[in-house]
Design a binder for this molecule. Structure first.
Ligand code: FES
Ligand SMILES: [Fe+2]
Length: 370
């Protein structure tokens, strides 16, 4: 299965975005994550809980249940499960039969809920990408967007998409300046916690800059304009908008300039061929301008849905095509290929031995017997 092994096509020992914080309440939601159904909700103290989403009795989806006190209650026959998964009530019996429903580590950080579907002993919160690198929930930064898109396409198609921006003039031709990406200088850096692609273009002021920074920031000369794409893992990519500054230094990430905007891509496998796509923008200019933030969010959503149209179509053909010929890889595929190598190494590290780390729920006790 393109481009990773069909029996193990994404790493499990990662923190993935399960939901936006705003999606969670005392009314559970049911969401399939890494091929596993999960019920996610807030308990009576507001803490986010994630539990295996299939009732052990007759396999009803628990995310359609309701919260009663601190228990999640299956709506079919009323079995109830506490925060730790312990079955606390079987209405037809006096006990919970000593049964535990599997639960998953969750971390709520800012506006995002992160879930760990892999080996729980390896769940280390410090592995969640450092928000300071892209402004999410940081002082001096504004956040907009928070849109959820379901892709009928495998996660890697989105990862590949965001690292080859030469599709801009074709897929997003409403965005001015996309052509300049065709001739950009590119530099790839592999750092300790991320892989960075910096694309440098030399550009004059254009209508996109007017929309983004406002006419008052207009410059007359040709400037270096940077687009910085950072891969934190298969679960998160940030792509900067144009960063313009008058100095030329290819050995450090651009800082300052007129203002920075980041388009955050949260990428969570749903199944092998479908993806939860979480969209956010962050910026450190026009911070109090909500009208601009709303406009930025709306225009970004148009762009992401254009990508969805392409990727959903691509999903229908990619196995057919890739089973018959190798890709015709070109210069601008360097970053995608680099990133695939990183993901493949993450997968390989988990697969050995395969039975130790797969994410299939581990049940602490057998199903109750009558
Ligand atoms: S299916 Fe859940 S209690 Fe019966
Ligand atoms: Fe795109």
């Amino acid at each position: 299965m393109y481009p990773f092994p069909a029996d193990y096509c994404f790493p499990h020992n990662r923190w993935y975005i399960a939901a936006f914080s705003s999606e969670l309440s005392d009314k559970p939601i049911q969401r399939t994550i890494l091929e596993t159904p999960v019920a996610i909700y807030r308990n009576s103290s507001g803490r986010a809980i994630a539990m295996y989403g299939i009732c052990p009795h007759r396999y009803f989806p628990l995310g359609l249940g309701k919260i009663d006190g601190d228990a999640l209650v299956c709506p079919y026959h009323g079995f109830a499960f506490g925060d730790d998964g312990k079955c606390v009530r079987i209405p037809s019996q006096q006990t919970g039969a000593g049964y535990y429903q599997p639960t998953y580590p969750l971390v709520e950080r800012g506006t995002l809920i992160w879930i760990w579907m892999g080996n729980p002993e390896k769940a280390d919160e410090n592995q969640i990408p450092d928000y300071r690198k892209f402004g999410l929930d940081q002082p001096g930064w504004a956040v907009s967007g928070h849109d959820y898109i379901q892709l009928k396409a495998r996660p890697q198609l989105l990862v590949d998409n965001v690292f080859d921006l030469t599709h801009l003039p074709h897929v997003h031709n409403q965005v001015a300046g996309g052509d300049s990406l065709l001739n950009s200088d590119q530099e790839i850096e592999e750092l300790s916690d991320l892989v960075r692609l910096t694309q440098v273009m030399r550009m004059p002021w254009n209508p996109y800059f007017s929309m983004l920074w406002g006419e008052e920031s207009r410059f007359e000369e040709i400037r270096n304009v940077y687009a910085v794409s950072e891969f934190f893992g298969p679960e998160l990519v940030s792509i900067s908008g144009p960063i313009a500054r008058p100095i030329e230094n290819r050995n450090m990430p651009p800082e300052g300039g007129i203002g920075e905007v980041y388009f955050i891509h949260g990428i969570t496998p749903e199944t092998k061929t479908t993806t939860h796509y979480f969209s956010i923008q962050t910026r450190n200019f026009r911070v109090g301008d909500d009208e601009f933030g709303n406009y930025l969010g709306a225009s970004d959503l148009v762009i992401r849905n254009q990508d969805k149209t392409v990727l959903d179509e691509l999903e229908k053909w990619v196995d057919y095509g890739s089973s018959r010929q190798n890709e015709l890889a070109v210069k601008t595929d360097r970053m995608s290929l680099k990133v695939r190598g990183v993901i493949q190494r993450l997968i390989d590290a988990e697969r050995m031995p395969i039975t130790d780390t797969r994410r299939a729920p581990e049940f602490k006790s057998p199903a109750p017997t009558p």
